[in-house]
Write a protein that binds this ligand. Sequence first.
Ligand SMILES: Nc1nc2c(c(=O)[nH]1)N[C@H]1C(S)=C(S)[C@@H](COP(=O)(O)O)O[C@H]1N2
Ligand SMILES: [Mo]
Length: 256
Amino acid sequence: MSTDRRRWLAGAGATLGGLFLAACDRLNANPQVTKVLQSAEGLTLRAQRLVTDRKALAREFPASDISPDFRANGTTNPSDEAYVSLAAGGFADWRLVVDGLVERPLSLTMAQLRAQPARSQITRHDCVEGWSSIGKWTGARLGPLLDQAGLKPQARYIVFHCADSLEMTLDGTGQYYESIDLIDAYHPQTILAYDMNDAAVPVKHGAPVRLRVERQLGYKHAKYVMRIEAVDDFSQIGRGRGGFWEDRGYEWYAGI
Ligand SMILES: Nc1nc2c(c(=O)[nH]1)N[C@H]1C(S)=C(S)[C@@H](COP(=O)(O)O)O[C@H]1N2
Ligand SMILES: [Mo]
């Protein structure tokens, strides 16, 4: 394995959160395993396992498991002026902006987004509040879209700016936003969903486009996505923790 790749894996491992520590702790109970993991080779093995795990697919379900009444949560009908007028026009004037640390900023119409490489998946949405619903989602894969815009080498996170203000604040920090790293951005099940259960995503579930990032909890799945920004750091966005709920104490990495 090349030094660069080793360094990348070690770096990737270092940025991953508590999810894997539990598994590592279990392995650490075995003295033989501990010895290997403490060695230089062990560092690579450990980092390799973390990355491999992050790339695994979330479970998918048969159509017969689709929830007849998928719950809606958080904002269910944005009252923000710009959104209200877009909705009144059937989202004909909506554009998906992709900018920030990219070579070629994009502004896509819904027709252009629907022409992008797509994926459908039937998955279970788990909200921290303790409920789950199963739905079918169809949308443009985020990875190929980012490749089209051309990420600059400094890009480390993808930020999703939403149309809704969930909390009214004077400084604008009540606007919903989310962020993910590049491992999740390029995960095959990470899509910008425009269809839910084979029909356009309804307003209560994030029309016209919402993020599906299936390896993480519900609050990471940004609804009402207006703009996707590639950044090297998110400390200047919102209150600096990487998301609306993260700014209010939730974990940034919400793996399931
Ligand atoms: N823009 C925006 N996205 C959001 C929210 C929100 O309030 N606004 N709520 C989050 C939470 S906590 C959950 S559980 C899911 C709910 O998605 P649903 O309404 O489609 O069930 O959206 C997430 N994304
Ligand atoms: Mo949630």
